[in-house]
Design a protein around this ligand. Structure first.
Ligand SMILES: [Zn+2]
Ligand SMILES: [Zn+2]
Length: 378
């Protein structure tokens, strides 16, 4: 069967394996489930719209014109922080390439080589030392990598996320290394906005009764408890330099005598690092261009491939023609011809010393895999 590869330029986000959705040619990245995110938008925009429509005109005239101005600024800040958290890469770690995954598997198998068949192999863990504490790196069977410390696999987005905090359906995204501070500023500013609207709703109800105000008071009252509580919880976590994931798992709770190696044991230093530390670039390169090979039948592709200057239309004939050695799986009628061809060229067995126990490989990657096998014995 003859086929020719045609190379097509695609953006890398089109080929990313996780369960994310992308907009604006890869600039915007979110989780696939966005229903609760739309509810968040509706609640914030709806409550603020009612406040601006029914309370602000009265309060601006009878109390101060600064009331709607400050509310508008706070609202814009809340929306900016929400969209920044929702639309960004939380710190997704790229999966291993097939060759990298093969290499890691071979390393693990070499390390577990003496496990008898039928017995469970030991858990795939590597230990690293961070600030005199032993931290375990776990192997991700989906991404085929040993996760960096503090990373975790989000089952909803199907990605490993660096400094994974939690998956937040309210913002429609994971919260991790790259968007945690914006998430915190969102909860903080939303708390302020809720308290602000709640306070002036009460003032409005006292000054003159209004049915919409009562509705807003109810929404704000229930939002207050959850959002202010959440902000308080994250303030506590930041002061300890800890993630929600580590808090739930009790990673640094003192059992096994492992204490948080990331904490500076100083609240101010921890807050500075989490909120004002360096901003990390995305390692996904979502808008990068890659070339994708798509097979096309030779007859239809022939006119293009001859005129193309970039790709090489000549079929690859560089496969080495190694002499075949018949074994027990070779059909009997094929053995004489193989034997004849083997007579013409010297057998590799005569030239080289006996090879170590490497399974017979007939692919062009033989050299690479043989060198990998050599590496693992060191
Ligand atoms: Zn993973
Ligand atoms: Zn997620």
């Amino acid at each position: 069967m003859s086929a020719v590869m045609i190379t097509r330029k695609v953006r890398k986000w089109e080929k990313l394996p996780g369960k994310n959705t992308f907009c604006c040619d890869g600039r915007v990245m979110m989780a696939r489930q966005k229903g609760v995110f739309y509810l968040t938008l509706f609640l914030i925009v709806g409550t603020c719209a009612l406040f601006f429509a029914f309370e602000c005109p009265y309060l601006a005239v009878h109390l101060s014109p600064a009331i709607p101005v400050f509310a508008a600024l706070l609202f814009l800040f809340v929306m900016a922080m929400l969209l920044r958290t929702s639309f960004s890469d939380p710190g997704v770690l790229p999966r291993a390439l097939p060759e990298e995954a093969t290499f890691i598997e071979m390393e693990i198998e070499a390390a577990n080589g003496n496990v008898p068949a039928g017995q469970r192999p030991p858990p795939r863990i590597r230990n690293v030392q961070i600030n005199n504490q032993i931290v375990k790196l776990k192997y991700c069977y989906t991404c085929k990598i040993f996760r960096p410390p503090r990373a975790s696999h989000c089952s909803i987005c199907d990605n490993c996320v660096d400094r994974f905090d939690h998956h937040c359906p309210w913002v429609g995204n994971c919260v991790g290394k790259r968007n945690y501070r914006y998430f915190y500023l969102f909860t903080m500013s939303l708390s302020l906005l809720t308290i602000y609207i709640f306070t002036f709703d009460i003032v409005h109800v006292v000054m003159r009764e209004y049915p919409f105000t009562v509705l807003e008071v109810l929404v704000c009252f229930f939002t207050l408890w959850s959002v202010v509580g959440l902000t308080g919880f994250h303030t506590y976590l930041i002061s300890l330099n800890q993630t929600t994931n580590e808090d739930i798992k009790g990673s640094w709770s003192g059992k096994n005598r492992v204490q948080n190696p990331y904490s500076h044991k100083n609240i101010i230093k921890n807050c500075c690092e989490v909120l004002c530390g360096p901003a990390y670039p995305s390692v996904l390169d979502r808008r990068g261009v890659m070339q994708e090979d798509s097979p096309v039948s030779a007859t239809s592709a022939a006119p293009y491939s001859t005129s193309s200057s970039s790709s090489n239309p000549v079929p690859q004939t560089t496969k080495t023609t190694a002499p075949l050695i018949p074994n027990e799986h070779t059909p009997d009628d094929a053995k004489p011809s193989i034997a004849a061809s083997a007579e013409k060229s010297p057998s590799p067995k005569e030239e080289h010393p006996p090879a170590p126990k490497v399974p017979p490989l007939a692919s062009p990657e033989t050299d690479a895999e043989a060198s990998l096998t050599k590496d693992k014995t060191h």
